[in-house]
Design a protein around this ligand. Structure first.
Ligand code: NAP
Length: 307
């Protein structure tokens, strides 16, 4: 029987682990499919307070993990495939092994959203990617395309100019969700071409099993064109990882956990932290803050119950 299990090892989960470990609760962190969360596939983080020169995302999340381990947190590989939150202790199936816990912190984050074109899906890992940091290296001197109009797309487009001969940034509108500073960097980068009011309709070439191009539709004129591309990076946002909690935790229509104040969910003893609940701020620092809140609520609850 665990005092507290934390699902997710991103910024939120690891910070919750630091606080609960330091409180002597010996937290168990279930790493999840994408250990380290979204920071593990990010490049430079320039806005996390305390790092005037910036820090690499994977280094930041690994540092928080080491800090938690120093105080007695343990980490388990694998993901939760089933959860029974109907009564306490809660029961979690981690790839076949059942674990019981008095308190649960859900910090399972969010995963990349895809265009959901059949050709895109078939070419993931063969020229279609959602992670520039992971795959940019393979496109040295190649023609790259990035889809999206948010900060992720700007960041990826800029980063990919280190490798690619050129980068086409395709966005479905002509105004951007991205912050001004990120957009300005893109506009100032001579290797990036903005392709606006456009959508990718099909990715070629499924038969050859590599990306050779895309068919783009201009959403204003309705005209379709074919364009040569060697690598397609999809950066159009995220989907919260809450499938195993459906029907138990209150979720909004997009699957994000609905907060019941502070870090509380609708279930007593289950707390939320980070992007799994936050569709607004979604920053490393807000995820860390949310992990801290969930940890403090955990400490108070367990103390009140005499554990
Ligand atoms: P986002 O802000 O939600 O932007 C998603 C973009 O993808 C939007 O431009 C959206 O278009 C487009 N999109 C969504 N579905 C699409 C579809 N089916 N086809 C084509 N385009 C589609 O997501 P994000 O860029 O991943 O950023 C998420 C959060 O992380 C934001 O708060 C962002 O500021 C933050 N972030 C910060 C940094 C940084 O500061 N270094 C880096 C990355 C992310 P519409 O605009 O038309 O809806």
């Amino acid at each position: 029987m665990q005092n507290v299990v934390i699902i997710g090892s991103g910024c939120a989960g690891n910070t919750a682990a630091v606080y609960t470990a330091r409180a002597g609760l010996k937290p168990l962190v279930i790493k999840g499919h994408e250990a380290g969360g979204q920071l593990s596939i990010t490049t430079e983080v320039e806005n996390f307070p305390g790092f005037p020169e910036g820090i690499l995302g994977p280094d930041l999340v690994e540092n928080i993990k080491k800090q938690a381990e120093r105080f007695g947190a343990t980490y388990l590989d694998g993901a939760v495939i089933e959860a029974d939150l109907s009564k306490r202790p809660f029961r979690l199936n981690v790839e076949g092994e059942w674990i019981e816990t008095r308190v649960l912190i859900v910090a399972s984050g969010a995963k990349a959203r895809w265009l959901d074109l059949p050709s895109e899906q078939q070419l993931i890992g063969h020229g279609v990617s959602s992670c520039a940091t992971c795959d940019g290296f393979f496109y040295r001197d190649k023609q790259i395309m990035v889809v999206g109009g948010g900060d992720s797309a700007m960041e990826e487009a800029n980063f990919l100019t280190r490798f690619g001969r050129n980068v086409a940034l395709v966005h479905r509108r002509d105004s951007f969700r991205a912050s001004k500073i990120m957009l300005d960097r893109v506009k100032a980068n001579p290797k990036i071409e903005l392709v606006l009011n456009s959508a990718v309709e099909e990715v070629f070439d499924v038969e050859k099993h590599i990306v050779t191009g895309v068919r783009l539709k201009n959403l204003v004129t309705g005209e379709s064109t074919i364009r040569e591309v060697d690598g397609l990076f999809v950066a159009i946002g995220h989907i919260p990882n809450t499938q195993v909690f459906k029907g138990q935790l209150d979720l909004d229509p997009d699957g994000y956990i609905v907060s019941h104040g502070g870090a509380r969910t609708n279930i007593h003893g289950v707390f939320h932290a980070g992007d799994v609940q936050d569709r607004v701020y979604r920053q490393a620092i807000t995820a860390a803050g949310a992990g801290c809140m969930a940890a403090i609520e955990t400490e108070r609850l367990l103390e009140a119950e005499g554990h």
